[in-house]
Design a protein around this ligand. Structure first.
Ligand code: URA
Length: 450
C-alpha cells in the first residue's frame, strides 16, 4: 500500500518546511497549537491529545476548535497526526468489550445516493456466524443515512444503550444503531462544529471521525466502501484513493485488519432513492429480485470482509445466503429486536416519468438527485429536520442502457409530483449514440501483508 501523505504536507514531510515540535508540554497554550497547525507544522501525539481532551472538558472554546479544524482542512495532517487524532477521539469514550467468540466485523460507507447496502450487508454477514455491531449515521445533505432508512420502519429504535446493542448482536448476530453518548463523544461535538464551519471535507478529519466510532466497536476486521463521483463527497478518484489509503493505514496501526474498495457514485446504487422505498428494495433483494448493482456490491463486500476475517468461502456461497432466506431471517430478527414493524412499512405512490426520445442513458446527475430528494422532504438540510419517509425517486435505468420513447425511465413518489418529475428528467442525460456502462468497482486498497 502506498504511503501517501496529505497533499498539503508532502513538501513539509520532506523536511524542507516542517519542524516536528517535540518538546511541548501539556500546558502549551491552545492558541500556540492552532498557530503551529495553521503554519503547516506537524503536531505531536501529546499536543493532539491535549486539544481533544481540553475540548471535551469544555476548556477549549468552540471558536478555537473551529480554527484548528480549518487549519487542518487547509494544511492537512501527516499519517502520524491522523493516527494520534483518531486515538484521542476514540479514547474520549468507551469501547465495546466482547466475550470470546466469533469475529467482530463491520463495513462503513462514506455515503452515496440510494446507498442502502448496509441493510443487506449486516444481516448477510451475520448469516455466516460473525458478530456485526454496526454503528451508523444519519443523512445530512445529498447522501442518505442508514439510520433514517431503518427509522422509516414504524417503531424501529436506533437509540440503543451499549448493553442493548451487545445483547442484540449476541442473540441475532447483527444490530444497526446510532452512536451512543459514550462512543467517541469528542467526535460528536467536533462533527457538529465541522458541519457549520465548512470543515467536513478534510481527509484526516473524516478518517479520525469515522474510525473513532468504528474502532469503538472493537472490531477484528473492517471494510470501507469509499464512494467516488458526483453523488458523494469524494468527487475524484484521487481524493477517494487518498481517503481509502488513510482509512486502511490508520486501522493497521490499531491492529485491525482493513480493506477499502472504491466504488462508483456517478449513478444511484440500485433504483430507489428515499427511505421507505430503499428498505423495500432491500427486501426485494432478499427475495431474489434486487437490482444487479446493489446485489453485486453487497455480495462483494461481504465476501471480501469474511475472507479478511479468515473465513474460507466463495462469492457464490455469499450470493446464495443473500437470497435463500438466511440473510432475510437475520434482517427480520434484527428489526423485531429493535422494535420495528415491517408490516407497517409505507409504500411509495409512484408517478412515472416517460421517455420523450429514443437513445441511451449517458449520464445521471446523481448529486442533483440527492438534492432533489432533500427538496421533496425526503432528506435533511438541518440536523433537526423531520423526514417524509414516503417521498422517493426511482431511476430504473443504468448508464449505457438503451431507452425507447414512451418507456418509463424514472418515477417520483410525492403528493404533488409534477414539478419534481421535470427536475428528475433534467438529471437524466440521454444521448443518441451508444454509451459504455460504468464499472461499479473501481479500485481496492489493501494492507501490505494481504
Ligand atoms: N462520516 C463521519 O462519521 N464523519 C465524517 O467526518 C464524515 C463522514
Amino acid at each position: 500500500m502506498a504511503q501517501v501523505p496529505p497533499r498539503q504536507l508532502q513538501r513539509a514531510e520532506r523536511g524542507k518546511v516542517t519542524r516536528l515540535v517535540t518538546n511541548a508540554s501539556y500546558t502549551t497554550p491552545p492558541v500556540e497549537l492552532i498557530r503551529l497547525k495553521r503554519d503547516g507544522h506537524a503536531l505531536t501525539e501529546s499536543q493532539i491529545s491535549q486539544l481533544i481532551t481540553q475540548y471535551q472538558e469544555h476548556r477549549l472554546l468552540d471558536s478555537q476548535m473551529a480554527a484548528f479544524a480549518m487549519a487542518t482542512c487547509v494544511q492537512g495532517m501527516t499519517s502520524d497526526e491522523t493516527y494520534y487524532l483518531t486515538k484521542a477521539m476514540l479514547n474520549s469514550g468507551t469501547r465495546l468489550a466482547w466475550p470470546p467468540g466469533p469475529a467482530v466485523v463491520d463495513k462503513h460507507s462514506t455515503g452515496g445516493v440510494g446507498d442502502k447496502a448496509s441493510l443487506l450487508i449486516a444481516p448477510l454477514l451475520a448469516s455466516f456466524g460473525v458478530r456485526v455491531p454496526m454503528i451508523s449515521g444519519r443523512g445530512l445533505g445529498i447522501t442518505g443515512g442508514t439510520l433514517d432508512k431503518l427509522e422509516s420502519i414504524p417503531q424501529f429504535n436506533t437509540s440503543l444503550s451499549l448493553n442493548e446493542l451487545q445483547e442484540i448482536v449476541n442473540s441475532t448476530g447483527c444490530v444497526i444503531a446510532g452512536a451512543t453518548e459514550q462512543i467517541a463523544p469528542a467526535d460528536r461535538k467536533l462533527y457538529g462544529l465541522r458541519d457549520v464551519t465548512g470543515t467536513v471535507a478534510s481527509i484526516p478529519l473524516i478518517t479520525s471521525s469515522i474510525l473513532s466510532k468504528k474502532l469503538a466497536e472493537s472490531p477484528d476486521a473492517l471494510i470501507f466502501d469509499v464512494k467516488c463521483g458526483t453523488g458523494t463527497s469524494m468527487q475524484t478518484f484521487e481524493e477517494a484513493q487518498e481517503l481509502a489509503e488513510m482509512l486502511v493505514q490508520t486501522c493497521v496501526r490499531f491492529n485491525v485488519k482493513a480493506k477499502a474498495i472504491i466504488t462508483d457514485m456517478n449513478q444511484p446504487l440500485g433504483t430507489a432513492i428515499g427511505n421507505a422505498a430503499e428498505v423495500r428494495e432491500a427486501l426485494l433483494s432478499f427475495a431474489g429480485s434486487g437490482p444487479a448493482d446493489l446485489v453485486h456490491l453487497a455480495t462483494t463486500f461481504v465476501f471480501e470482509l469474511l475472507t479478511l476475517a479468515g473465513k474460507t468461502l466463495t462469492y457464490q456461497d455469499v450470493a446464495d445466503n443473500l437470497t435463500n432466506g438466511h440473510a432475510q431471517n437475520h434482517f427480520e430478527d434484527m428489526v423485531a429486536k429493535q422494535g420495528g414493524n415491517l408490516c407497517q412499512l409505507t409504500s411509495p405512490n409512484w408517478t412515472p416519468l416517460i421517455a420523450a426520445e429514443d437513445g441511451y442513458l449517458a449520464r445521471v446527475n446523481t448529486g442533483a438527485l440527492g438534492a432533489l430528494l432533500v427538496r421533496m422532504g425526503g432528506g435533511r438540510q438541518l440536523p433537526e429536520d423531520t423526514l417524509n419517509t414516503q417521498v422517493s425517486l426511482a431511476v430504473p435505468k443504468k448508464v449505457g442502457d438503451s431507452i425507447t420513447r414512451g418507456e418509463v425511465i424514472g418515477a417520483v413518489s410525492h403528493p404533488a409530483p409534477e414539478a419534481y418529475l421535470e427536475q428528475l428528467r433534467e438529471a437524466l442525460q440521454i444521448s443518441a449514440a451508444p454509451v459504455d456502462p460504468r464499472p461499479l468497482i473501481i479500485g481496492t486498497v489493501i494492507q501490505n501483508d494481504q
